[in-house]
Design a protein around this ligand. Structure first.
Ligand SMILES: [Zn+2]
Length: 89
């Protein structure tokens, strides 16, 4: 059954990696970051507001600024700035 996001759930936020260099390398690759759902778009539950906990600080993506959209692609194929349910390990 499809899980629905709700306020207070913990999800993953995908950080934006830095641009890919001509040789294919990247200074910073995309990373999964812990995030708490702060709000859910009532007309589009795949769009949520997040409080993202980075190792060195928090930042916020409110719906008022566009929020974050669910991206269920496999690791490495997700859009930066998207969210997904934490992987089972
Ligand atoms: Zn993840």
């Amino acid at each position: 059954m499809q899980q629905m996001p709700s306020v207070g759930r913990v999800v993953h936020y995908v950080s934006h990696g830095t641009p890919v260099r001509p040789d294919g390398s990247q200074a910073f690759t995309q990373q999964c970051r812990a995030a708490i759902v702060t709000e859910v778009d009532p007309t589009d539950p795949d769009r949520v507001g997040l409080m993202v906990a980075n190792p060195t600080g928090q930042f916020f993506h409110p719906l008022a600024a566009g929020g974050c959209v669910l991206d269920e692609a496999p690791e490495g194929a997700r859009d930066g700035g998207s969210w997904h349910w934490p992987e089972r390990v």
